[in-house]
Ligand binder design. Structure first.
Ligand code: ZN
Length: 434
């Protein structure tokens, strides 16, 4: 029996174990939390995986990063600490002479609200009709279970890889990417990486970055039920109506990007700018003195600056908004304020890289067609690719389209296929010493 057939059989025979592992992970409450929220069960989950991976023969490192480890990055929220947010890196040492492989997954999940709409408890996994239900089953505790199980099966079969196999589970992907960056700065690194996010078995080679501008427009308060003189004569100016100028400019920029050759990518949609929050006004009988609007901006890898960040996109947006403001007499003299929140950088890898081709072959052997794709949003592969020297792809069970939903689930068949494909990819990439 070939090694490939032994791997496929062993994972298929371990179906119930794989379900049990996924269910255990769903059972830990690792809901994403704000910097100041108290710890949940992140440490318990990491300790559980650490014990399993140690038993499988890995040397396991679990650590709470120092805040200084991620300081100074445009991606990091100020004041983030890692108390109760341990990261894990488990190394299966290779025999030598092969390429190393990183398997990376995030353990945090989005909140389960509204919980009362779930058919079953989101933190108590339940299998119904071949689907495992629970928060994180799709994004991405299912994928984490697959990569851990793939490593365990290889160990159990006595497969000695030539290159190192590193299993890395991290926190804070759903909020900022702090766990991934902390891992990179801790030295977690390999010749290539696989991140089993729910890609519907596509091999993701690209993702977009994001920026979050907030525009503040000032008006001038006055009695809203009284006729007003011209603003040059001291009359009131409606801050909300002045924001309409900015709102219109944002819509025109979006259209501009949709038609621009700079905004084309084989696996990603064009960059986008979407108003997501707006507030203004102080009193029902008063002209609003100000209005604030926040937008969510996504940008393509090709729009990143030389260091990989979105500074050029920021400059383009500021110039566009400034031009629109100049055309309005009030805004020309009272220019809108633009503030920038975090910069989440985009990334892409060359589809001709060995890891991409290896993953395409592995998924075909596990019974799913090899298809290249990209993620419209962002995931941790970007951090490892950009800052860690580890070109990384996405490949995993179920589809990101069904992440973050009520009654989130992963098909059990998907788990089996994914674990098979990852195990095969590890053997091909790292080489088998036997
Ligand atoms: Zn995810």
């Amino acid at each position: 029996m070939t090694l490939e057939a032994r791997i496929l059989d062993a994972v298929a025979a371990g179906r119930d174990e794989l379900v049990e592992l996924t269910a255990r992970l769903v059972g830990f409450d690792t809901t994403a939390r704000a910097p100041d929220d108290p710890p949940r069960q992140e440490a318990d989950l990491q300790a559980y995986l650490g014990d399993r991976l140690t038993a499988a023969g890995a040397s396991v490192d679990i650590w709470e990063p120092d805040p200084a480890d991620v300081a100074g990055s445009r991606q990091m929220p100020p004041g983030l600490r890692f108390d109760g947010r341990p990261q894990l890196a488990a190394r299966f040492a290779g025999a030598g002479g092969g390429r190393s492989l990183l398997l990376n997954g995030h353990i945090d999940v989005v909140p389960s609200e509204p919980r009362d709409r779930w058919t079953s408890d989101p933190n108590a996994a339940e299998v119904r009709d071949g689907r495992l239900y629970g928060r994180g089953s799709c994004d991405m505790k299912g994928g984490v279970a697959c990569m851990v199980y793939a490593a365990e099966v290889l160990a159990r079969l006595g497969v000695r890889l030539r290159g190192d196999l590193i299993v890395n589970t991290i926190t804070d992907e759903e909020s900022s990417g702090a766990g991934g960056l902390a891992a990179v700065r801790h030295g977690v690194k390999a010749d290539a990486g696989i991140v089993p996010e729910p890609t519907a078995f596509e091999v993701w080679v690209a993702c977009r970055g994001s920026l979050t501008p907030t525009f503040t427009v000032t008006g001038r308060p006055g009695h809203a039920e009284m006729a007003q003189p011209h603003w040059r004569d001291g009359g009131a100016v409606n801050g909300i109506e002045k924001m309409a100028v900015i709102l219109d400019a944002v819509g025109r920029l979006r259209e501009e990007w949709r038609g621009s050759p700079l905004q084309r990518h084989e696996h990603l949609p064009p960059g986008d700018i979407i108003p997501v929050k707006i507030s203004g006004g102080e009193w029902t009988v008063t002209y609003p003195a100000a209005c604030r609007m926040t937008c969510e901006v996504t940008y393509l890898p090709g729009r990143a600056d030389a260091e990989g960040w979105g500074r050029d996109v920021e400059a383009e947006i500021e110039a566009w908004i400034a031009a629109a403001a100049k055309a309005d007499p009030w805004l020309a003299e009272h220019p809108p304020l633009v503030e920038w929140d975090l910069d989440i950088p985009p990334a892409e890898v060359d589809p001709s890289l060995p890891i991409v081709q290896t993953m395409m072959r592995a998924t075909e052997r596990a019974g799913r067609p090899g298809v290249l794709g990209g993620l419209d949003s962002w995931f941790d592969a970007a951090t490892f690719t950009r800052f860690g020297g580890t070109p990384s792809i996405g490949y995993g069970p179920r589809s990101i389209a069904w992440a973050h939903t009520v009654d989130e689930y992963v098909p059990v068949d998907d788990l089996v296929t994914c674990a098979q494909a990852i195990a095969l990819a590890a053997v091909e990439h790292c080489g088998a010493a036997e």
